[in-house]
Design a protein around this ligand. Structure first.
Ligand SMILES: [Zn+2]
Length: 299
């Protein structure tokens, strides 16, 4: 998979569905087919369906090309999925309206693809904890710029920004997590960090983690400014995000930060091949529980 192709060149290269099928097969089974049930290396290929089905020559279990990956259950062509992955690998990323127009699917399909890709990114990063030197800072998403500052303003969301850093202070890995606003009396009350540390920091590193507040002389400007960057990016690409899906979008920002070297294309394909999918019902269910609201925030 070439790293720095233009979208046009990428789309031309992966124009035929067979090319995408072969590429997805190679990414999924880089050492050749393995039956997910018995690990047997040979399969019969059943080609009567839209996508090939592999029947294990030993235990007869049938495995579809996309089962167990981000595309599982999707009826959208691999070609369009590949284009969606490409567009998500660019620093400016893409929103569902743009994606629908560019790859030629309905808004609902595009919305679902975007969330599925975000879910794959979240799964990849949640598997890795912060380690070594860990710094944690409070930050506030959509912080109001007009008084009163002493009470929570509806769109504001308390965040914790955590990072593994090297000896020079360079950030090696970033996590941003939305905190329970109801548990924090007002923006000046210190945020509880124990839960964040439990979920995201390796045990050996936890004892030495340095926690700083979002105001005051000791504040960690680097971490706070990363939260601002995330907010600016969310405003520019998505028009600002309400609290219900905010975590998924913060995960996307962190994933891009953590995995972008010269290109995000290969890491993102890798995450998509290795991650379980999330269904529309799971997505809408989790949003419906808390009532999906979108706020426009000032950028
Ligand atoms: Zn088998």
């Amino acid at each position: 998979m070439s790293e720095l192709l233009s979208f046009e060149a990428f789309s031309t290269f992966y124009e035929k569905e067979e090319t995408c099928v072969q590429a997805w097969f190679d990414m999924r089974w880089p050492d050749g087919f393995r039956c997910p049930r018995c690990q047997h290396p040979s399969a019969y290929v059943i080609k009567t369906r839209r996508l090939p089905l592999y029947e294990c020559q030993s235990c007869r279990a049938q495995t579809s090309l996309i089962a167990g990956t981000v595309m599982e259950g999707s009826r959208t062509s691999l070609r369009k999925w590949f284009q969606a992955i490409y567009l998500h690998s660019r620093p400016e990323s893409v929103n569902a309206v743009q994606l629908a127009r560019i790859i030629g699917v309905t808004y609902k399909t595009a919305w679902l693809i975007c969330h599925k890709l975000r879910h794959a990114m979240s799964q990849t990063d949640s598997a890795e904890l912060l380690s070594g030197l860990v710094r944690i800072s409070e930050a506030i998403y959509a912080r109001r710029i007009t008084p009163p500052f002493w009470s929570w303003h509806v769109p504001e969301q308390p965040l914790l920004v955590g990072a593994s850093v090297d000896d020079n202070g360079t950030i090696l890995k970033l996590k941003i997590e939305k905190q329970e606003k109801e548990a924090i009396k007002d923006p000046y009350t210190p945020f509880a960090v124990e839960g964040f540390i439990d979920r995201h920091v390796e045990r050996e590193a936890a004892a030495h983690a340095v926690v700083t507040r979002c105001t005051g002389r000791r504040r960690n400007l680097r971490l706070i400014s990363l939260a601002w960057e995330a907010e600016k990016w969310l405003a520019a690409v998505f028009g600002g995000i309400g609290s219900k899906h905010l975590q998924a979008y913060l995960n996307q920002f962190c994933y891009m930060f953590n995995h972008f070297r010269e290109s995000l294309l290969k890491p993102l394909f890798d995450s998509c091949v290795k991650s379980r999918t999330i269904t529309y019902r799971e997505l809408v269910g989790s949003a419906a529980e808390s009532g999906m609201v979108h706020y426009k925030i000032a950028s």
